[in-house]
Design a protein around this ligand. Structure first.
Ligand SMILES: Cc1cc2nc3c(=O)[nH]c(=O)nc-3n(C[C@H](O)[C@H](O)[C@H](O)COP(=O)(O)OP(=O)(O)OC[C@H]3O[C@@H](n4cnc5c(N)ncnc54)[C@H](O)[C@@H]3O)c2cc1C
Length: 405
């Protein structure tokens, strides 16, 4: 069987790695002229790290990651931590794999460095996709076309494959934006920020930050609203002033981090309405093409890793069309649940009035007392997922653990 993969982002590259490991023929078609990820951080929960380990990337990943001690939610003006859940070493001890923070460029380098380049067609933008009972074919802007037995659309939130075979609705703007930046750890050493995952929550604005690149840099996101219309783009620049103004009245740390950051970017935040299906005969979607989600639970890329492993295993054991249907049946509910949960989280990230803020803080304090230093139910069903068992049809544990599944 030959698998065509549209796109070499985190989803497509992981699928290529998994297929290579399982001895399945594949060809990747990528519009960019080089493997590239944006200059930003990424959180990798153990359900994703487990898959990177299966791909033999554990040592390389450990070398470029940081392993945070806690997940801390704090109050915007006082800095009081209202909820603290454990990460290192309890995640590793409980789920077998760590929770990591990494730089995206390091992750894509790891995922692509040993791919067979003769199977990766760069600088090839897919414009049309066809299928019949014998196979699939994609045609690129260059005029070149490629044929295979199945096509996997791993071509991101603006997926051409999705548009052609599924539903041509545009990405859904959430009404929020995120400013973001990466700053050298040396430039903020005086702030003495321990290695944890932080969310500082204020009126209509939240500040998320964590170390990447083995602790050499700190990545931050400021999630909020702006009157200036912003595009959905990883490359749109912003001024430090426009974002620092939004932190008027906050405790010092966010402003100090932003002030030390050389370059600030901004993007509007979008997700997609869930589809009725990700599969049309010999064509299937994965990653953001299938289930683009808001970033509040940091699961978009991790769900792509899960997709990749399950899909590769299905393709290994079945004929093309059965494999795609089986993949969908195993992955659909879980990924769409994360789309919904990520939308739900948006509400508590952006509350506005002093009463609403105090009520959120109180809810977090109560959760903190209830968890008593342990994991939340959501962490449990997310982190315990084993894609290998899921592909074998023997991991229904996450559904049993998840009250919403
Ligand atoms: C602010 C923010 C923070 C986030 N933080 C996290 C986090 O901490 N943890 C996490 O797990 N997730 C996070 N996510 C989500 C994560 O970034 C995405 O889910 C993930 O990058 C999706 O990967 P992908 O490979 O599906 O898509 P993409 O990364 O978009 O890759 C698609 C690839 O397809 C190529 N392509 C597109 N169209 C074509 C075409 N026509 N022909 C050929 N090639 C094509 C593109 O060039 C690209 O290489 C975050 C998202 C945002 C917006």
């Amino acid at each position: 069987m030959k698998v065509l993969i549209a796109g070499a982002g985190i989803a497509g590259s992981t699928l290529a790695q998994a297929l290579a490991q399982m001895g399945i023929d594949y060809q990747v078609i990528e519009q960019a002229d080089a493997f590239r990820e944006v200059g930003a951080g990424i959180q990798l929960s153990p359900n994703g790290v487990r898959i990177l380990d299966r791909l033999g990337l554990s040592d390389g990943l450990a070398a470029v990651s940081t392993e945070p001690d806690f997940h801390k939610y704090s109050v915007w003006d006082s800095g009081e931590t209202v909820l603290k859940t454990p990460l290192k070493p309890m995640v590793r001890e409980t789920y077998g794999f760590p929770y990591y923070h990494a730089h995206r460029a390091d992750l894509i380098e790891l995922l692509t460095q040993n791919l067979d380049r003769s199977r990766v067609m760069m600088n090839e933008k897919i414009v049309t996709v066809d299928q019949d009972s014998g196979g699939v074919a994609v045609t690129c802007e260059s005029g070149n076309s490629y044929k295979g037995d199945v096509l996997i659309g791993a071509d991101g939130i603006h997926s051409v494959v999705r548009e052609q075979f599924f539903r041509p609705d545009p990405p859904r703007p959430s009404g929020y934006v995120t400013w973001r930046g990466v700053v050298d750890a040396d430039a903020i050493a005086h702030l003495d920020i321990p290695v944890s995952a932080y969310v500082d929550m204020g009126p209509r604005l939240s500040f998320v930050y964590y170390y990447v690149s083995g602790g050499k840099r700190l990545n931050w996101l400021a999630l909020g609203q702006t009157n200036d219309p912003k595009r959905e783009s990883w490359n749109q620049t912003a001024t430090r002033e426009e974002i620092i103004d939004a932190f008027e009245g906050w405790y010092e740390r966010p402003k100090a981090v932003i002030s030390a950051t050389p370059e600030v970017f901004v993007t509007s935040l979008h997700d997609r309405e869930p589809l009725a299906s990700w599969v049309s005969e010999r064509v299937a979607l994965m990653g953001d093409a299938a289930h683009a989600m808001l970033p509040y639970h940091a699961q978009g890329a991790v769900q792509s890793l899960e997709d990749a492993w399950v899909l590769a295993r299905c393709l290994q054991g079945m004929n093309a069309t059965d494999a795609l249907k089986h993949y969908e049946s195993l992955r659909f509910d879980r990924a769409n649940l994360m789309v919904q949960q990520s939308r739900n989280a948006e509400g508590w990230y952006h509350v506005d009035t002093p009463e609403e803020i105090e009520s959120r803080n109180e809810r977090f304090r109560k959760t903190n007392a209830r968890l008593a230093g342990g994991f939340s139910p959501q962490q449990h069903w997310l982190y315990s997922y084993d894609a290998e068992k899921a592909a074998a049809g023997t991991d229904h544990e996450w559904q049993a653990l998840c009250p919403w599944a």
